[in-house]
Design a protein around this ligand. Sequence first.
Ligand code: ADP
Ligand code: MG
Length: 245
Amino acid sequence: MGERRDVQVAATSPVLFIENLHKEYASEAGPVPVLKPMTLKFSRGEMVSLMGPSGSGKSTLLSLLGTLEKPSGGRIMLEGEAVSELAEGKLAEFRARRIGFVFQSFHLIPTMTALENVMLPMLGMRGVRRNEMRRRAEELLELVGMADRLKHLPHQLSGGQQQRVAVARALINRPALVLADEPTGNLDRASGLNVLRLMLRLKQTLNMTFIIATHDPEVAALSDRVIRIRDGEVEADQRRPVEGR
Ligand SMILES: Nc1ncnc2c1ncn2[C@@H]1O[C@H](COP(=O)(O)OP(=O)(O)O)[C@@H](O)[C@H]1O
Ligand SMILES: [Mg+2]
């Protein structure tokens, strides 16, 4: 049985593969391990919840996956490319094209409209015309239910609406991977659920992989897979049956 499953996994090569990925921070007492060597595969179109107590290493793992921080060792393969071997100069564009980020506190630019915020990650891209950028941003804002708020500034939007704009921004370059760090953490329950259902719908429509660090059991309940980490180690990794959702 186990062998059979391995064969299937190999046939549908993972969008993201991490191997012995680990991170230590230096301290006076010597290196402090924050993530112990971790090996995981993520499939295309999978929505994964990353759960665990505060300080267990969820944000650290997302930062490593997002190439925002360098691992102490190990390997990250995203869509067949060895991320860890990319030169610093190539990394920014790689990140902008392949990875979308959603943060707990939205991180929208306060002086830019919803439309401008969504267009922002595309501005540095070669080979995309401004008209095309605008069209894609409008399309995404429509997809997240914000078509009638294109010209609004962040402070004119509710928290839930701001997070919808942030989700649209994360998707603008059609990344393979979307990383979200406690995306519903600053929202009331109804808005949180709304944003979550939106992400679920998007990952189905766009076949992107979502990895979401969360404390929210409702996020976990809607995910395809729940990874629990504790003290920088994977404690459990469970896939949910589809009929359970
Ligand atoms: N830059 C840093 N320097 C030293 N220790 C850090 C740094 N960033 C995070 N840590 C430590 O790593 C551990 C995991 O943190 P974090 O990944 O933020 O956990 P979580 O997101 O699960 O709450 C914590 O003990 C934290 O104090
Ligand atoms: Mg965190």
